[in-house]
Design a protein around this ligand. Structure first.
Ligand code: API
Length: 269
């Protein structure tokens, strides 16, 4: 079965997008998603995105990390799908319903209301999630938020100086996080700018993480460190995060289509 795909990225966080809203595809098993994401033997990407029909929204977006795991949210992919879809849409995801508004060269996405309760992150036991009494090496006292997926956020003097390639996987897989966790290290530049690097659950270091930008921004706002609208500067570029008075997060930023192609499903199944 020949299957078309669209290769896209949001600030260098890249995706293989499959559209099954018309002609259905075989079930995308984790093993197949991981094979498609493999940068040597497959197409290569951080996440595989699968669009399907939905009973409750305009369509459904499923998100598979490059390790094959299916997860609840992907901010950068939300903007890419908005660009691909080409019109405003309400989209069902495993982490909640989001709203896409394409604009020239990118999109704004209503990412919904963040959750901060320990069992919503989730954590393995009760804890204050604004200043968690835990640490790994020189990273300590993080905050946590769930923005459709779980994030832990450390504020440091220089996010570029952190050995995230070793501390990231250690924290991602700590038993404190029963569903694992995305690891954010952030530097507050001033009250309207945050510098951020992310070790992503199931994908590792990425050039950008939209949900990481959302989680980091709202944790910083809860701590009174920044205004309610900030620029989050990731290695791949900047996103604007607004925490609205109604409690919903609005993320705005670019999205890009790189190329279109097709592959033989049976080669990956
Ligand atoms: N690694 C994330 C999913 C992708 C998030 C990221 N690519 C974004 O733009 O939000 C997780 O396991 O929850």
């Amino acid at each position: 079965m020949r299957v078309p795909f669209t290769k896209m990225h949001g600030l260098g966080n890249d995706f293989v997008v499959l559209d099954a809203r018309g002609d259905p595809l075989p079930e995308l098993e984790p093993r197949v998603a991981a094979a498609l994401a493999d940068r040597r033997e497959g197409i290569g990407c951080d996440q595989v995105i699968l669009l399907e029909k939905s009973e409750s929204a305009d369509f459904r977006m499923r998100i598979f990390n490059s390790d094959g795991g299916e997860v609840g949210a992907c901010g950068n992919a939300s903007r890419a799908v908005a660009l691909l879809h080409g019109a405003p849409a309400r989209v069902e995801t495993a982490g909640g319903t989001i709203a896409l508004e394409p604009s020239d060269g990118g999109a704004s996405v209503d990412m919904g209301v963040p959750r901060f309760e320990w069992d919503a992150i989730p954590l393995d036991y009760p804890m204050d999630t604004l200043r968690m009494p835990v640490g790994w090496g020189y990273l300590e006292e993080p905050g946590a938020a769930n923005v459709g997926n779980p994030h832990v956020v450390f504020f440091v003097a220089d996010s570029d100086a952190i050995a995230l390639d070793s501390l990231g996987p250690e924290i991602e897989t700590d038993p404190l996080f029963p569903e694992r966790v995305n690891v954010n290290v952030a530097t507050i530049v001033d009250r309207t700018r945050i510098r951020l690097r992310v070790w992503e659950r199931g994908a590792g270091l990425t050039r950008a993480c939209g949900t990481g930008a959302c989680a980091t921004a709202v944790v910083a706002m809860r701590r009174g460190l920044v205004e309610r609208e900030v620029a989050v500067e990731l290695p791949g570029g900047a996103l604007t995060i607004l925490w609205q008075e109604d409690g919903r997060i609005r993320m705005t930023g670019p999205a890009t289509e790189s190329y279109r192609g097709s592959f033989e499903w049976d080669d990956y199944a």
